[in-house]
Design a protein around this ligand. Structure first.
Ligand SMILES: *[C@@H]1O[C@H](CO)[C@@H](O)[C@H](O)[C@H]1NC(C)=O
Ligand SMILES: *[C@@H]1O[C@H](CO)[C@@H](O)[C@H](O)[C@H]1NC(C)=O
Ligand SMILES: *[C@@H]1O[C@H](CO)[C@@H](O)[C@H](O)[C@H]1NC(C)=O
Ligand SMILES: *[C@@H]1O[C@H](CO)[C@@H](O)[C@H](O)[C@H]1NC(C)=O
Ligand SMILES: *[C@@H]1O[C@H](CO)[C@@H](O)[C@H](O)[C@H]1NC(C)=O
Ligand SMILES: *[C@@H]1O[C@H](CO)[C@@H](O)[C@H](O)[C@H]1NC(C)=O
Ligand SMILES: *[C@@H]1O[C@H](CO)[C@@H](O)[C@H](O)[C@H]1NC(C)=O
Length: 410
């Protein structure tokens, strides 16, 4: 089965994003905010402007030295005083990329942003802050890119001239996801923002998270579905395998400086579904040896991290009068686990039985429900196995999953 259609992925990369959400092929009713304003020049009347390197701005996920975002659902977060936040986006921002943003634990809002534009995200009227201002200060602002290939570039952050940004402490725990289209939420309704990587990281609500996952990518260092390199190479780079990255950096991406960022405490790896596809010409012995050495490299990078290897469901097929899971590299992944298990830092997460055939959409990827099922099980596994407690005990994590029945008796 195909986890990423080559043509589909490339077309998606070069075309403009449209921000129309399709749900079962129908246009979903959405309520995106109109936030564009005329450009705010630096420190223009009424505003105080911070450059992208302001230490108050915390960058989540992978960002390069030009403050351009990469991989799935990267974001920024900061505290602020006053009641206004505006952001100017740089020239390397994808056209019309859909971003999610929120204040504190209020529901996520969505808007399209474009290269060179300025967006007035927060104002007294947009969020009705009056009622909430009195408690829980400082207010925090958080923004996430919803897609896995598009990105944004931060050029400036503006607050009221008599207000300021506040540097927020990071949560003490960090989780990192290394994956492909499955972890990055391809074909989920809000893409990376609906995927299980985001849903686990944000679901904890009290941990930092980074999703180094990209559609079509292999674990083994091979060209898979048009991605020139595999994760054994790309994970060490700041940018992903997108056309956008090759336009900016060619074949010389910036190395990711692990030492400048908090080390991951838990690394969840879901890789191999693309290696397992005959279209990509990766043999099972190449996959196995690459996985063995990759785990060693991740361990060297993060010596104290617990590394969780997820088994792969790889789609379902009709089987007699029922359905069965295909699976991919079942033995190889278990062999990698067996190789390291006595050292204590490698764990095996058996995903079999969480998803059923109807949790997979027509484009071979989990539905929103499928992602939430995976995320819920992995969260509980992490809680029981590593003692992480759940910190999001109220604020919205998944957006527009409020389906209900209010008529009894049919
Ligand atoms: C988002 O972008 C689409 C396509 O360009 C446009 O039709 C829509 O009006 C935009 N929505 C907002 C709120 O900016
Ligand atoms: C805006 O003004 C403040 C001082 O009022 C200064 O620290 C800051 O660097 C200025 N920002 C820009 C982008 O010029
Ligand atoms: C941010 O960059 C500007 C130049 O673009 C530099 O003058 C300033 O010192 C930098 N600030 C920090 C906090 O690194
Ligand atoms: C939190 O981590 C991010 C990402 O590495 C970094 O940009 C930020 O400066 C950190 N914040 C603090 C308070 O250390
Ligand atoms: C597939 O892999 C084999 C062995 O690595 C190599 O000899 C062959 O040229 C590859 N074929 C294609 C189409 O890439
Ligand atoms: C994919 O994995 C399955 C299950 O381990 C295995 O039987 C099959 O040979 C693999 N196929 C490829 C192309 O790697
Ligand atoms: C994974 O779970 C399935 C379903 O319970 C089971 O059949 C299989 O043996 C398990 N695999 C391993 C390696 O424990």
């Amino acid at each position: 089965m195909r986890v990423c259609s080559l043509l589909g992925a490339l077309v998606a990369l070069v075309s403009l994003s449209s921000s129309t959400i399709l749900q079962n092929g129908q246009v979903r009713e959405t309520h995106f905010q109109e936030t564009t304003v005329a450009s705010i020049s630096l420190n223009s009347t009424g505003w105080r402007t911070y450059g992208p390197n302001a230490t108050e701005i915390s960058y989540k996920g992978r960002w390069d030295s030009k403050h351009i975002s990469w991989w799935a659902a990267p974001g920024i977060k900061f505290g602020f005083t006053g009641q206004d936040v505006a952001i100017t986006f740089g020239q390397y921002t994808s056209q019309g990329v859909l971003v999610a943003y929120r204040v504190g634990g209020l529901d996520w809002q969505f808007t399209n942003v474009t290269a060179g534009s300025t967006h007035h995200f927060i104002s007294p009227s947009t969020l009705g802050l009056g009622a909430t201002l009195s408690n829980q200060l400082p207010l925090t602002f958080e923004l996430r890119v919803t897609n896995w290939a598009y990105g944004i570039q931060i050029r400036a952050v503006h607050v009221n001239s008599n207000s300021r940004l506040i540097k927020l402490p990071n949560y003490s725990k960090t989780i990192e996801f290394i994956g492909d289209s499955l972890t990055s939420g391809m074909y989920a309704t809000y893409e990376a923002f609906s995927g299980f990587g985001y849903s686990i990281g944000a679901g904890f609500g009290n941990v930092e998270f980074s999703i180094t996952a990209y559609p079509g990518i292999c674990l083994h260092d091979a060209n898979c579905w048009g991605n020139p390199r595999g994760q054994t190479y790309q994970w060490f780079q700041t940018s992903d395998t997108s056309w956008r990255a090759s336009e900016i950096y060619g074949t010389e991406p910036e190395k990711w400086e692990f030492s400048k960022h908090p080390a991951a405490d838990i690394v969840v790896i879901n890789l191999g579904t693309n290696d397992n596809n005959t279209a990509n010409n990766v043999t099972s012995s190449q996959y196995l040896s690459s996985y063995l050495s990759f785990v060693e490299k991740v361990h060297t990078t993060y010596p104290n991290a617990q590394i969780v290897l997820m088994s792969l469901w790889n789609g379902f097929y009709s089987f007699g009068n029922s359905y069965a899971q295909s699976g991919a590299f079942i033995n190889e992944i278990y062999q990698v686990y067996n190789h390291y298990k006595d050292q204590g830092f490698v764990h095996y997460f058996n995903s079999t039985g969480i998803l059923q055939h109807n949790d997979i959409g027509p484009q071979w990827h989990p539905t929103d429900f499928g992602h939430i099922k995976i995320a819920s099980h992995v969260m509980q596994y992490i809680r029981i196995k590593f003692g992480w407690e759940f910190g999001a005990t109220g604020p919205e994590v998944q957006h527009e999953t409020l389906y209900w029945n209010d008529e009894s008796g049919y």
